[in-house]
Design a protein around this ligand. Sequence first.
Ligand code: AGP
Length: 613
Amino acid sequence: MCGIVGYIGPRNATPIILNGLRRLEYRGYDSAGIAVMEKEKIEIRREAGKLANLDRLVEREPLSGAPGIGHTRWATHGAPSARNAHPHLGNSGRVVVVHNGIVENFLEIKEELVSEGVVFNSDTDTETIVHLVERYQSSGLNLIESSRKTFQHIQGAHGVVLMSADEPDKIVCARIGNAGGVVIGLGDGENFIASDIPAILEHTRRVIFLESRQMAVITRNSVLVETIGGEKITPQIHVVAFDPVAAEKGEYRHFMQKEIHEQVRSLTDTLAGRVDFERGRVRLPELNLTPEIANRIEKIYITACGTAAYAGMVGKTLIEKIARIPVEVVIGSEFRYSDPIINRNTVVLAISQSGETADTLAAMEEGRKKGAIIWSIVNAIGSQAMRVADGSISMQTGPEIGVASTKAFTAPLVDQYMLAILLADLRGVIDEKTRKSLVADLRLVPDLVGRALQREPDVEKIAYLLKDIRGCLYLGRGINMPIAYEGALKLKEISYIHAEGYPAGEMKHGPIALIDENMPVVCIAPKDPWHEKMISQIQQARARQGTVIAVASDGDDLVSGIADHILWIPESPWMLSPLVTVIPLQLLAYHIATIRGLDVDQPRNLAKSVTVE
Ligand code: AGP
């Protein structure tokens, strides 16, 4: 997902923008650029590759002034290059744009503009935006009105920021659909724009989130928000709680390692204020869940992407087991094309760390269109998935910077466990003794996860054994089957080793042909209701010379007697076991990737939040 930073005020915009873009690096990008108003002329510097390349260019060819806008680009149309990097300048040399999203009708617009003699200087869809603004300006409209007409003309989802040398006292921006956020930071005699909060937190914590189809005109001392149709809006000003220092690595080598180890705190935080251990009850007031609603729910769709979808698969087992409500997990990119059967008694529950994943947001819109109750479990404060839902449970983990999701995987497991208890309680399908026992088990979570994390040195030893493998199978059953998928995804996305998560019982129907001495098999075999079945799975893999790495509960002599290597974890209540079984698999993927010398926090080809389809 692209990163955007803008500044208007008395200071030199250049360092503010470059530092802000650095705080957005985790979003993944392949080129970067900056434009600054210097003596009423627009200066631009752009480079392919990482921000360090742009820094070096700016050192060689400094630029200074304000306002300014900057951008990190994740290529969609046009290869990653300086030529295609944003900002893009119009042919007049007086208007410049940065953009997040896709201009879905850009071909049609480009043909129209070229036929009018407009010269294009890049292969991007974004360039159509600045040429459209110039076309409207040439008909006599000012920057605001030219921008408005352009925002009405382009189709798709966008975050757009423009500025003009003819009107250097303002910046114009807009948010259309779900292409990542547009956040306005309110300073004292200066204002900021960004696609995400970390970019501007060191300057201000007072922010305005633009909603879809809203635009803003920003000067040093004013922010005017309206719909792109022209209706004036009085925006809500949020004060952002989290501390920018929290978004730093601390003593860890990578954000990912820090966030894996943060899970004791982040799980404590996701429980905070929601569990009454005395009375054995949970509270999720932000869900606006009444007994009337709870009792008429007939089905829950859980929709999400990637890691978040695997968290939803665990949630399915928890909600069906505890609250006895049918649950179906449908990945975001399939949901809206599956013509889901929905009525007013259906819940669509979206899970999303960023709250900006286009496929997940589109699934929520599909549910809304069909009359469902829309809930979400989200980490990013103020994100779209949090704002459009009827009720939203915050993961409360603090910012997750590493592209590979870890703490934002375990938090929704606990959130869904609490949701299941609340639903069961309101629907009267759980007796007090069972409810109190399930709630009491939540008290164990931080300690269980902390003890699993303490085994990191043992995990690192096994990582050395696996660092040169060409492929790996992850097998799990029941509530831990999704952990097989998640463990495999972690290894794939940061070590670039092919790995496949599979329902262990399915191996004998074909995939077992893959197993030989070159195909290690990770078997997730904690003391849970499927433990016995996993024992035979391990034996089947060993019988075919597969090297078995088993995730096993402390003291399990059965498993340790048949597996080649053990990733020990503390024994836990089976419904909480995924919180624990996933820890060694997060660490295993992290250490294999680190040993292989790869960019753990920003893996190739990946973005932290995929805001395009
Ligand atoms: C997880 O490690 C990946 N980075 C990816 O699968 C991610 O979970 C997915 O893109 C969903 O992102 P979200 O939670 O922000 O919606």
